[in-house]
Design a protein around this ligand. Structure first.
Ligand SMILES: Cc1cc2nc3c(=O)[nH]c(=O)nc-3n(C[C@H](O)[C@H](O)[C@H](O)COP(=O)(O)OP(=O)(O)OC[C@H]3O[C@@H](n4cnc5c(N)ncnc54)[C@H](O)[C@@H]3O)c2cc1C
Length: 471
């Protein structure tokens, strides 16, 4: 007969939200059980998300850098790509990380159970084919799954989602990416660098819908040379398997309404993974979109059950999940905390990268909020020129009355690393003058942040603001 375990805290889902919560709760002295359907913790992020995609993007960047080194007088032969080695490298990175997480479970005496868990009542989870776990508190951290569009499902190995695209079965001669969001563009970048002719179709009028247009512009320009085609304002109405590929039927303002591709990847978003968890039996409510309803402490409608990460709301990002997980663990351990971040950074790991945090110009416009924006184009950055990449832009969004930094946005190589300065500035309530007066190292891309701030205080060197004209 299967065991019955009694635990102070059970965490359902071992992704970056779930394991962060389990580890912190154990560090606070709680008896913790972590359940995941997979054999090791890590979740979407580690197995089929952030980590494998970035490993492949690193390979893509190496290819692109080698190809573009001609400008510096260096010419390399076209790369020989051994997909088996590339795949094995990616899998090794995943396995090392997952094994490390399992080791950390042991060190912290977190009981890890592998199997699908379902709530059977407000204080019990049944693990499929395994233990019955009775808990004092629970955290739901079951993440999200790719959205499937009714018209675009096809029982075909040629139809990929992000998970199967990451398996890198082959490099198709032609690849259609349906969806110009970050997952579609990141995977499109990988396949384009490896040699696929990539066509991207986006329903709205721009790539990365919702992201400030000035940040997207340099990426959109460069993608033109990386991808075969980008169709905006275009809908994929139908997909049908044909002899040598998938025929896509497009609706929109383009000449060729039917085109055939060797493979098609659908990346049209993700939805919360809240179905079939027995949430009704646990007395946990979900909203219309399927997100678990939570309060500012991430407590659900059952006061002993919390929900965090992708399953508990946007933005669906790993670092947001981890922070929520840690918050819930601390609340369960008795600490009086609430969820109140000013700046959740978002990064698109394309080439160039795009990153932002805090208030965006798009949001400010929606809120009718007056802001002051300082922009620094990387054409003025010595460091950007040494990298052969002066196509970037950095901007700081401030409150016109107080000069407080409300948001930061970047587009350019390394934007994902640079945005951390913006996060600290927004969270610490810094003013743009604080940034302008902080000495940034030369020559680095961080200077694009200080130079943007300097333009607001007549301190900039590498941009000329004609004050006579302004006055
Ligand atoms: C291709 C791709 C690239 C991405 N890149 C980035 C990136 O660069 N940066 C970033 O911040 N985010 C990225 N994300 C998003 C990121 O992966 C998620 O936001 C993050 O993983 C959410 O963490 P989580 O803990 O909420 O859930 P997940 O990581 O989804 O983990 C949920 C876990 O719950 C388990 N589970 C589900 N149901 C059950 C059940 N009934 N019983 C037991 N276990 C269950 C699953 O097996 C899974 O392991 C990417 C996603 C994808 C798909």
């Amino acid at each position: 007969m299967a065991d019955t375990l009694n635990t102070e805290l059970v965490v359902l889902g071992g992704g970056p939200g779930g394991y962060a919560a389990a580890f912190l709760a154990a560090d606070r002295g709680l008896k913790v059980t972590l359940i995941d359907a997979a054999v090791k913790p890590g979740g979407t992020c580690l197995f089929v998300g952030c980590i494998p995609s970035k490993a492949l993007l690193h390979a893509a960047h190496l290819i692109t850098d080698a190809r573009e080194a001609g400008a510096f007088g260096l010419t390399f032969a076209p790369p020989k790509i051994d997909l088996n080695v590339l795949r094995a490298k990616k899998d090794k990175i995943i396995d090392l990380n997952a094994s490390h997480l399992l080791e950390l479970c042991k060190k912290r005496q977190v009981t890890f159970l592998s199997g699908r868990g379902v709530f059977t009542d407000p204080a019990t989870i049944q693990v499929e084919g395994g233990a019955t776990v009775q808990f004092k508190n629970a955290i739901i951290a079951t993440g999200s799954v790719p959205t499937k569009l009714p018209g675009l499902t096809l029982d075909s190995a040629r139809l990929l989602d992000s998970t199967s695209a990451l398996q890198l079965e082959n490099v198709p001669a032609t690849l259609l990416v349906v969806g110009g969001g970050y997952i579609g563009l990141e995977m499109g970048t990988v396949y384009a660098a490896l040699g696929s002719k990539v066509t991207c179709v986006e329903l709205t009028g721009g790539l990365l819908p919702g992201v400030d247009a000035d940040l997207v512009r340099p990426l959109a320009a460069r993608i033109k040379s990386q991808f075969h085609q980008v169709y905006l304002n275009t809908k994929v109405a139908k997909l049908a398997e044909v002899k040598d590929g998938i025929r896509a039927t497009f609706e929109g303002d383009l000449a060729e309404k039917e085109q055939t591709f060797e493979k098609v990847m659908v990346a049209v978003g993700r939805r919360p993974n809240s179905a079939n968890l027995g949430l009704d039996k646990a007395e946990v409510d979900i909203d219309q979109k399927g997100f678990v309803k939570v309060n500012e402490q991430r407590r659900t409608t059952n006061p002993n059950i919390f929900a965090i990460g992708d399953v508990a709301g946007e933005p669906m990002l790993a670092h947001k999940a981890s922070h929520e997980g840690k918050l819930a663990a601390q609340v369960i351990a008795g600490e009086p905390l609430v969820w109140d971040p000013r700046a959740i950074p978002a990064v698109v790991f394309t080439d160039p990268e795009i990153a932002w945090c805090g208030l965006t110009e798009t949001e400010a416009a929606k809120q009718n909020r007056e802001v002051r924006v300082a922009r620094f184009h990387w054409a003025g950055s010595g460091r950007a020129m040494t990298l052969g990449r002066s196509d970037g832009v950095t901007k700081i969004i401030t409150d016109p009355k107080t000069d407080q930094v409300l948001g930061v946005g970047l587009c350019g190589p390394g934007a994902g690393e640079l945005i951390a300065e913006g996060v600290i500035a927004v969270e610490m309530g810094a003013t743009s003058k604080d940034i302008a007066l902080s000495i940034h190292p030369h020559p680095t891309l961080t200077e694009t942040i200080s130079e943007a701030a300097e333009t607001l205080h007549d301190l900039a060197s590498h941009v000329f603001v004609n004050r006579k004209k302004v006055l």
